[in-house]
Design a protein. Structure first.
Length: 287
């Protein structure tokens, strides 16, 4: 658990969250500030390497991500949070490689590192370290009569012994189905097929929107929705929002601070027409 007297944690934004998914960064920072968590961005952080680095050299790739963990340790913090599941995987892999090949790992890293720091996702921060109860007590707006489908994507809960978060086999269909990931760059038809299945299932369940916690998943489901429509001959127009944006809105944070204006499929109807203020926020049972 995070020190409740300080609530200061190291923050590793990663490349996507500072570029194509900047609204995830905005909403994460705004939500954490509203919940009393101070995010200390790691100075001079570097790309974690994501998929390409470990494909070329697993140990070198792990050390690349490990540099960010070492710098977080230098800051005197024992938890580092990243919103991006791919970055989280790289950070966790760095910790595993440190345990398996400590001498070789440190030889490449060339920095002091104890391996005692914990790497978590924004969902773990909200659920495990802040707690749903704390969040529930601060809710100001509630979405009424609205179904929002939770979409984890591939990495947040699997493999279970590595992710160590939530149920790796959830009861709802397509909750952890792959969206096609980076194939959107080279194989549009693959992403069109896979994301179309996810959006179709969401619509079959009566969903008004999809909630995500991954920049690449958000991009494939939101930005590429027009491609999906061409591939499937459908007319999907479903908002795909970050969980931090939903919670931020529920807490009364200015929508512009949450980056809601950056979505390709507008969520204005979802938030502005289906929400209602709570007369007594502390009595809220759900968003």
């Amino acid at each position: 658990m995070i020190d409740q007297t300080a609530k200061r944690i190291a923050y590793y934004p990663g490349c996507s969250v500072t570029g194509t998914a900047v609204e995830f960064d905005q909403s994460t920072r705004a939500l954490c500030a509203a919940l009393g968590v101070e995010l200390i961005e790691i100075p001079d952080w570097n790309c974690c390497g994501s998929t390409p680095a470990h494909s070329y050299d697993p140990l070198l790739g792990a050390a690349l991500a490990g540099r960010n963990l070492a710098m977080a340790e230098e800051m005197g913090l024992d938890v580092v949070m990243t919103p991006c599941p791919s970055c989280l995987k790289a950070l966790k892999e760095a910790l595993r490689k440190y345990e398996e090949k400590q001498h070789s790992f440190l030889d490449i890293l060339q920095m002091p590192f104890s391996g005692q720091i914990r790497a978590i996702s924004v969902l773990q921060l909200l659920y495990e370290d802040i707690s749903p109860k704390t969040i529930r007590e601060q809710i100001r707006y509630r979405l009424t009569n609205t179904v929002i489908v939770p979409y984890y994507g591939c990495l947040l809960s699997r493999p279970p012994e590595f992710a160590r978060f939530d149920d790796p086999v959830p009861e709802f269909p397509f909750k952890t189905e792959c969206c096609g990931a980076a194939y959107g760059v080279t194989q549009n038809h693959i992403v069109g097929k896979m994301t179309g299945r996810i959006l179709d299932m969401a619509r079959r369940l009566g969903a008004a929107a999809v909630a995500v916690a991954c920049p690449l998943c958000q991009q494939n489901l939101d930005l590429r929705q027009s491609q999906v429509n061409r591939f499937w001959h459908t007319t999907f127009q479903m908002p795909v929002v970050y969980i931090t944006q939903i919670l931020g809105f529920a807490l009364g944070i200015d929508p512009k601070k949450l980056g809601l204006d950056k979505l390709f499929v507008s969520a204005d109807d979802l938030f502005l027409e289906t929400s209602e203020p709570l007369e007594n926020p502390t009595e809220s049972k759900s968003v």
